[in-house]
Design a protein around this ligand. Structure first.
Ligand SMILES: [Zn+2]
Length: 344
């Protein structure tokens, strides 16, 4: 048997051109001017509350919170704090950013929504070599366990006869991996992002986010929802670069002017993707109710400096308001520079 080895593999996209299934509701193409305009808007109208640095390194922990330990989410007396609480899920590669204010019970509850996040992004976590305590996840398909995984920093794809899941396009020098995700709840993914944002807030802002705390404290994703279902839109980007974000990055912004834009914006970047949300805050966003507010992308480093990566950046809005489990067809495109045959 001979197998093919492909060098220089870059994840290109989670989906093919023209596909708009899976709740993607909009695509935007940004020009340089628009990116500068958006960055200037945030610079002029927002305070930068939290910017992460080096979360994937083995350096000493960045600890949020203080003694005595009180759970920020449930405030329950007699709470225990025996577990290490990662502010950004460990599975996204965060080794350092931890907190003192998440009790064991809340930590366990949050692990269920982190599981939804993990299932949603298993494909790119696998290909981009991002992992947590259990290592880099693998995609496994079919009865013979065809799979995509990482070995020594290389993507290994094993496709058995009768279990086709890859397409090779020699002319375009691309491989597409087609797989069906494990079922996950979109609203749980959003809640996971909101939980990270709430953890990053300074103490003096917590009072403004009581409705969010109420939602985060509920065991079910729909219980105590802050807004109606149509309000959970996430601004996404995908970069045609393997491991553009070798470690996760987070950014938390707070509006400081009367601009008609959400009070609090949270951005999470990991692997080769980014997710941006407006952190639910009805108390401070009352005056936006009933208005058509277009939330701008906060330009991340590769939007500001696109020459740092080889390929394009795709952006779109993704509706995450549903709590119904869904399993979706996903596609990851990989491009390569050379192809050769190995003797077995
Ligand atoms: Zn708690």
């Amino acid at each position: 048997m001979a197998s093919e080895q492909l060098d220089q593999i870059y994840p290109y996209s989670e989906m093919g051109p023209g596909e708009d299934a899976n709740g993607r509701i909009e695509r935007q193409v940004f020009g340089e001017e628009k990116i500068v305009e958006d960055f200037t808007f945030y610079w002029d109208n927002y305070d930068f509350l939290f910017i992460s640095q080096g979360l994937g390194s083995d350096a000493e922990p960045i600890m949020l919170g203080s003694e005595p330990r009180i759970c920020r989410f449930c405030s329950r007396p007699n709470a225990t704090f025996s577990k290490t609480a990662h502010v950004v899920p460990r599975l996204l590669g965060n080794k350092r950013l931890v907190c003192l204010f998440e009790c064991d019970e809340c930590n366990t509850r949050f692990s269920f929504i982190e599981d939804d996040l993990s299932k949603r992004f298993r494909g790119i976590l696998s290909v981009c070599e991002v992992g947590g305590y259990n290592g880099i996840p693998r995609l496994v398909m079919g009865a013979q366990r065809s799979r995509v995984g990482n070995v020594d920093g290389h993507v290994h794809i094993h496709q058995y006869l009768g279990e086709p899941f890859i397409e090779i396009n020699d002319a375009a020098q691309q491989i597409a991996i087609n797989y069906r995700s494990d079922s996950y709840r979109p609203l749980a993914v959003y809640k996971c992002l909101a939980k990270i944002a709430y953890s990053l807030l300074p103490d003096n802002e917590l009072e403004n986010f009581q409705e969010l705390r109420h939602w985060l404290s509920a065991p079910d994703v729909e219980e105590n929802m802050v807004y109606a279902k149509g309000s959970y839109v996430c601004s996404r980007s995908i970069l045609a670069a393997r491991s553009a974000f070798k470690e996760p990055r987070v950014l938390l912004l707070r509006r400081k002017t009367e601009a008609e834009s959400p009070y609090c914006i949270f951005l999470l970047c990991f692997a080769n993707t980014s997710m941006q949300i407006s952190v639910p805050c009805p108390r401070m966003d009352k005056r936006l109710i009933g208005k058509q507010v277009s939330v701008r992308f906060f330009p991340h480093i590769y939007m500001l400096k696109p020459w740092l990566i080889q390929g394009a950046i795709a952006t779109w809005g993704e509706e995450l308001g549903s709590s119904d489990r869904k399993s979706e067809l996903q596609k990851i495109k990989l491009s390569y520079e050379t192809k050769c045959t190995l003797d077995s």
